[in-house]
Design a protein around this ligand. Sequence first.
Ligand SMILES: Cc1ncc(COP(=O)(O)O)c(C=O)c1O
Length: 385
Amino acid sequence: MEWGPHIRPTQAVVDLGAVVGNARLLSEKAGCELFAVVKADAYGHGAQAVAAALEREAVKTPGFLRGLAVSLVEEGVELREAGIELPILVMGPSLMDAHALLVEQRLTPMVSDSRHLTPLANAARALGKQLGIHLKVDTGMGRLGIQPAELEATIGAVQSQSALRLEGVASHLACADVDEPSDLESLSAKQLARFDRLVRDCRANVPTAVQYHVANSAAILRFPKARYDLARPGLALYGNGASAAEGLSQAMRLVSEVSQTRHVAAGQSVSYGARWTAERDSTVAIVPLGYADGLPRNLNAAGQGSALVGGARCPIIGTVSMDMIVVDITDRPELTIGHEVVAIGGQGDTTIRIAEVAALCGISEYEVSCGISKRVPRRYVNDDG
Ligand SMILES: Cc1ncc(COP(=O)(O)O)c(C=O)c1O
């Protein structure tokens, strides 16, 4: 993405080197190649830039990346139009009438409903192509996927269509980030046992070229039993989830600058709902970054949110507004207009992790990074390409 001149200093700085490094480390930990999950605009990081950086690294260093995974056909088409050549797995349910488009754009559908097989085969035949597909099985997520009991018949249906080629069989875990790896009664343990039975049956009956995958980020990091031929990390690719402890780096920084400083007399309140009142004569910084940019409005609902200014944590006071936050800098008299403010990410030796913001707001890490809005320009750093 082009980075042009801008007036407001607020931006999301995305470290592409971190994403690439995380992908290589996750591949090592998973013991296999990855489908790097770049759906939802790469969890808010920018799918085109992330995909291009991963593709460049995959060309330089083969063996860690099989391809990319998106949810929507539209997301796959966007990447093809941006010139991405890697295999792209389309995981979502909305194939709708896009069968011909999938074939034309060389996208690989993860089919979770056998009613799509004939239209996909017809589309491939009409275009004189063979289409690789993955099948998704519901081992307990209760959302998408053919039932385990129907897998054999569904594989038979794929094999009866010469225009289709079965490349993979997949499932998805519902509780990989919450279940204890040692709990044999957990849903993850049950799902993995079901998947393993299916894999053993399939390996005995279908071509060896078929590859099996079930692990998302949490499963790669927590469940050795989830390791098969491929893995599909999203959250950890961007350095979130349990990643800090695993040596992965958070790729996103949400930064701005002090645009005004003001004195607030003791007893005076600040921002909507008058939720913060100065207990002493204070100095505050106005920072042009608000909930319309993706910093949740209820940041201070469950604790004290903070921003990094001048290398130190300063409290974000009162309600987050649509376009700005107010930061208490009373104890930092050297801070003034133009100083960098970090709402997410590192400054000096300190880092505000996405997990911290998520916990303060009572939402998930996924929602924080996906929520960084379109009006925040992304600036890409450490892009070797
Ligand atoms: C089918 C599938 N696989 C993999 C992922 C990646 O999961 P995570 O971001 O937890 O690694 C997702 C994300 O929702 C998914 O839907």
